[in-house]
Design a protein around this ligand. Structure first.
Ligand SMILES: Cc1cc2nc3c(=O)[nH]c(=O)nc-3n(C[C@H](O)[C@H](O)[C@H](O)COP(=O)(O)OP(=O)(O)OC[C@H]3O[C@@H](n4cnc5c(N)ncnc54)[C@H](O)[C@@H]3O)c2cc1C
Length: 82
């Protein structure tokens, strides 16, 4: 059985980590030009912010979602999932 800290495990962990960061904060990301008005501005793209933004967009609102770090917040990045 392979141990968690063996080299191939570390390599696959690094590949996973690269893919995770590329999904949550793509290197090619550029902030969009802000619109003049929004119906809702959500600060923080953790589970609460993502749900609020998605729900509002589903109702037809124009939404700005502002995140200073990684999409997904604590739950996806440090808490529930990793
Ligand atoms: C170690 C750990 C383990 C956990 N395990 C579980 C679990 O197993 N099951 C479970 O249900 N819950 C778990 N939780 C709790 C879960 O992570 C939180 O309930 C959940 O993340 C809260 O979501 P949130 O959107 O309110 O806040 P957060 O996830 O904290 O997201 C807030 C976001 O706002 C951003 N932000 C903050 N201030 C600003 C600003 N001024 N400008 C721009 N962006 C900003 C942050 O960068 C972050 O991305 C765990 C938490 C931790 C810390």
């Amino acid at each position: 059985m392979q141990r968690h800290n063996e080299p191939s495990s570390a390599l696959s962990q690094a590949a996973y980590e690269r893919e995770r960061l590329e999904n949550l904060h793509p290197a090619s990301w550029h902030n969009p030009q802000p619109a003049a008005r929004y119906n809702l501005v959500v600060i923080g793209a953790g589970p609460a912010g993502l749900a609020a933004a998605r729900g509002a967009v589903g109702l037809g609102a124009k939404v700005a979602l502002i995140e200073r770090n990684l999409l997904g917040g604590d739950c996806l990045n440090v808490g529930c999932v990793p």
